[in-house]
Design a protein around this ligand. Structure first.
Ligand SMILES: [Zn+2]
Length: 420
């Protein structure tokens, strides 16, 4: 029922209405049909380490693999510990692609992601240990507006040098060859929480990993945008150097997320051939020219060589307008772009924008995620829900959708060579 109401909201758009009508039969089927978990469902972005006791339930989950994000000081080790137990290895990769019905309750695997989230980026000093300013001077520079309130600054953790964070991330990426970088990004809406709780009766949940928002009152302070960009860029460069995919958070900052990513690939843009050039080539020795070009391309950008930009980028819980997708999908963009959608972020209130974005994302560039802070049944349900929605909007059967989403996730995490 909810889904029908949701579909009705898009009928104002003629184009979408037509597209949806075409897939009506498939939609009806995918709404009521048993969910074929055995085909493999993959969560492209989630935070089970926010609730440590829930980690025990990962092995029994229906979702085939979880891409687990680290965000702050308190969770990098937790993600690593879990990668030790359930991390994907060369031996387990074939099990990711199994579609046998007997494996309906196949074991859950995880792909760890290491990175520093923009909500905690003020805790990082952009520089090396021996250049560290005083705690007060650091936070006055990293926070906007610059806090006059010394008590507020005193309540924040001691800042940590960026060089230290990058060393730690590099160490984890070396230790886990399938690990990716995340969660990183930019957030213009976020305000730094104070230590005081919103209401005095709030009781801390001992299951939650410290450092998150919980019930804390928000301060009027934000992390300076230039500062956020510096932290994001350093991590993008590291992902490029190590040739790992990244998971990117962007809230109220769509323009500046693109600019920051673009800065990392400036000078590395893919050359696209104009129509005139294509015609000219058709009339001359095309084979020879093409061969020369592809040789040059291969030399200038071998996949796997360190670069300043990541090879694959996922904009998680993509909340930008469909129009903004165009700049990312431009042929000159040298990174492979993916767009992931979640029930929690993209379909919480108004969903028209998400419907339009899902329609506009190319079939092979879409991913599904739960973005959930605890592993278990609820996480499976959220993933099932968003997969069903994506299938409806795209006019796919559940079988077609799961197959496509699996191939997209494998491409995103492992790169071209793993694409099936
Ligand atoms: Zn997240």
């Amino acid at each position: 029922m909810l889904l029908l109401a949701f579909l009705n909201t898009v009928t104002s758009n003629q184009h979408s209405a037509a597209t949806l009508r075409m897939g009506d039969q498939k939609q009806e089927a995918s709404e009521t049909k048993h969910f074929p978990w055995h085909l493999g469902a993959f969560d492209a972005h989630c935070h089970p380490t926010d609730t440590v006791p829930s980690l025990d339930s990962i092995a029994g989950m229906k979702t085939r693999a979880l891409t687990i994000m680290a965000t702050r000081g308190q969770d990098q080790r937790l993600v690593a510990d879990f990668a030790d137990k359930l991390g994907i290895t060369e031996d387990t990769v074939p099990a990711l692609e199994s579609t046998s019905t007997s494996g309906e309750k196949s074991r859950g695997y995880i792909v760890p992601a290491f990175g520093w989230h923009p909500w905690f980026s003020h805790q990082i000093f952009v520089g090396a240990k021996d250049e560290m300013p005083s705690k007060f001077n650091h936070y006055r520079m990293a926070i906007s507006p610059s806090p006059e309130d010394d008590d507020f600054i005193a309540s924040l953790p001691d800042p940590r040098p960026l060089s230290d964070l990058l060393d730690q991330t590099r160490h984890y990426l070396e230790r886990y060859p399938h690990a990716i970088v995340g969660e990183i990004g930019l957030d213009r809406a976020f305000r730094i929480p104070r230590n005081e709780m919103v209401d005095n009766g709030y009781e801390r949940d001992p299951a939650l990993t410290p450092g998150g928002r919980e019930g804390r009152r928000l301060s009027p302070y934000r992390v300076d945008m230039r500062h956020q960009q510096n932290i994001m860029k350093a991590q993008l460069n590291l992902a490029g150097e190590m040739q790992r995919a990244v998971s990117v958070h962007g809230v109220a900052a769509h323009g500046v997320v693109f600019e920051t990513l673009e800065e990392t690939w400036r000078g590395h843009e893919r050359r696209s051939i104009s129509k005139r050039e294509r015609k000219r080539r058709e009339s001359i020795d095309v084979a020879h020219q093409e061969k020369k070009k592809s040789e040059a391309d291969e030399q200038s950008s071998k996949p796997g060589d360190p670069k300043p930009f990541p090879p694959r980028i996922c904009l998680h819980s993509y909340s930008g307008p469909a129009d903004t997708l165009r700049q990312y999908l431009h042929p000159s963009v040298p990174a492979i772009m993916f767009f992931s959608f979640s029930r929690l972020v993209n379909f919480s209130s108004t969903s028209n924008k998400a419907v339009a974005a899902i329609q506009a994302v190319p079939d092979d560039k879409i991913l599904a995620e739960s973005d959930m802070h605890a592993a278990g049944e609820k996480m499976d349900d959220l993933l099932e829900d968003i997969v069903r929605k994506i299938c409806q909007i795209k006019g796919w059967t559940l079988e077609e959708g799961l197959k496509q989403l699996r191939s997209n996730w494998l491409h995103y995490v492992f790169g071209q060579t793993r694409e099936r």
